[in-house]
Design a protein around this ligand. Structure first.
Ligand code: FES
Length: 116
């Protein structure tokens, strides 16, 4: 898990339907949040294989398939489940508050977000 020292508001739960992912604006490296049937997870948005955006991928249960070369990752653990990716992606704690998804990240990763 990445170093954690700030929480950011990723989005409203209304903005993230079950079975979908969303890239959070203003974090570096980019972070994506995913809705797995009402459970929310945050991982690095950048595929560990060739740096494609995982939030553009296909969500199936608690996995996401990268759209570029079809590696799959667990959105729970960040583990690379299938080739061509072999390295995991980072994961981040998530909490819900007032209908919004909050993600914990390293402060150095937050470049254009208001901190809470
Ligand atoms: S960039 Fe994701 S599998 Fe190649």
């Amino acid at each position: 898990m990445a170093d954690i020292d700030t929480w950011i508001v990723a989005c409203s739960t209304d903005d993230l339907d079950p079975g979908s992912g969303l890239k959070i604006a203003g974090t570096c490296p980019p972070i994506a949040v995913f809705n797995v049937e009402g459970e929310y997870f945050a991982i690095d948005d950048t595929c560990s294989h060739a740096e494609y955006s995982l939030s553009e991928g296909y969500v199936d249960g608690d996995t996401v398939e990268c759209e570029l070369h079809f590696a799959t990752f667990s959105v729970r653990t960040g583990e690379a489940l299938t080739a061509p990716a072999t390295d995991p992606v980072g994961t981040y704690p998530v909490r819900l508050e007032d209908g919004h998804i909050h993600v914990a990240a390293a402060q150095r990763c937050v470049i254009a977000r208001s901190r809470i």
